[in-house]
Ligand binder design. Sequence first.
Ligand code: F6P
Length: 523
Amino acid sequence: MDALRPRNGYGLPSRRSTPSPGDRRSLAQAGTDLFRSGLDADLDVNVAKRGGPEPGRVIVVSNRVGLPSEGKARAGGLEVVMRSFIKRNRGIWFGWSGQIAQRGDEHVRTVERGGVTYITTDLNRADYQEYYNGFANRMLWPILHYRLDLVEFSNRDMGGYLRVNEKFADILHRFIKPDDVIWVQDYHLMPLAKALRERGHRNRIGFFLHIPFPPPEVLATLPKHERSIYPLCHYDLVGFQTEGDANNFAKYLIHQFRVPSRDGRTFNVNNRTVRVGAFPVGVETAEFERLARRSARIADVAEVQASIADRPMIIGVDRLDYSKGLDVRMRAYEHFLGTHSHWRGKVTYLQITPRSRSEIKEYADMERRVRETVGRVNGHYGEAAWTPIRYVNRTYSRTLLAGLYRCSRVCLVTPLRDGMNLVAKEYVAAQAPENPGALVLSQFAGAAVECSSALLVNPYDQEAVAAAIDQALSMPLDERKARHRDMITKLAANDIKDWGERFLLALAPQPQSGLRLVQQAGA
Ligand code: F6P
């Protein structure tokens, strides 16, 4: 039956019941395009040019929505790419404004900027505490990062999490059109599709998790996870950063809920099909290299270089978050200075660490531990003319970071667990191919799949990390070039620019349905 229904421009079933003759022609064409190309960034434009139906909009939903005017220079690569993806698809970006309002005074605002419609809502203080600080960041965040020791479960916070998801669904309900495709981002909004289905929406709804998804044995420790995590089954497509994470979700459904599946990727839940896949987030590989090449010459980068004289620079760029393993990394660097004394005074480690989620106790504890270690290392090994670790709690522009990456001999990316880690990928992309730096990367970051030619380390093993720092600093040029070549080839093949379209196409019904659609519509 599904195959007989008319489709919108993405090949998704339309809610209009009878296609016009004009629609029939273009629908057949759209189906052919989908089946043939698999990845056509301009699909909607093509369909519109053929005089076919207007495709449905894409509505991206995420916890936080960053309007372009706010700290433009600071927007991360993914945010920039998401904006241009939404613009191409005449889309809407919906989520929290970042503002906390009095209960009953939470405003919903619509802003048009640069071809994108942003719809934001404020949260009230209870929402912010229970949904964001509480359930999302003191329960889901640690558990999804395998940190059972840090989980602080509370029924009240879980209630707040479910309540804000209902609130988001209530607002979305007002402006969703039947042909819209909805793409929900990240762990804050796992039950959102269920809330939308309960309001009668039959749209295609996809979900992408930006952070890790652990094995079911870990997830099962979260009280009442059937209310927060299992509702992912109400999406049509659930995407993860790695195959390993997708497998863990499949095992979760099979082992915890006995959901049947023939292939471990397609599941039948309450007569609906849920598909599961890996869609690793990439970077704008070639563009970032160009940016880094230009930025390496700007005054701010030159100033940093002049300040370290001719010493090679090690760089680390991480949000202040315990998942990044900063304190463990600093201790490994301390061990490196202790065991590789010939490097003392000869290398500078710049750690850029913007603060985040500072109201949460575990983050404050982490900050204290990092400061103590930095103070100890600098006090013990520092000289009047040399500081072993430069530690800054600032957010720098993408431009400056790109330039700093390019002139750093080594990049340390050693999270204890990370969904992907785009710093690792951006560092590789920023390098000059004729003289690239070396990447020391945690084996527990999703980026390790594509960056397998980095020096992969177990971040918990301080001696191994110290040895990897020494190896990276001493690595011959030929070896650096060979490792870089391998990684950049893989990164170029997975450019972030295609990511949104790839996910959308997977969210469309299976190619097999597309073929039937062509036959029916042409009959
Ligand atoms: O990596 C997950 C993530 O939620 C990102 O989407 C976000 O940029 C980052 O963590 C910071 O999170 P927050 O919005 O809580 O500051």
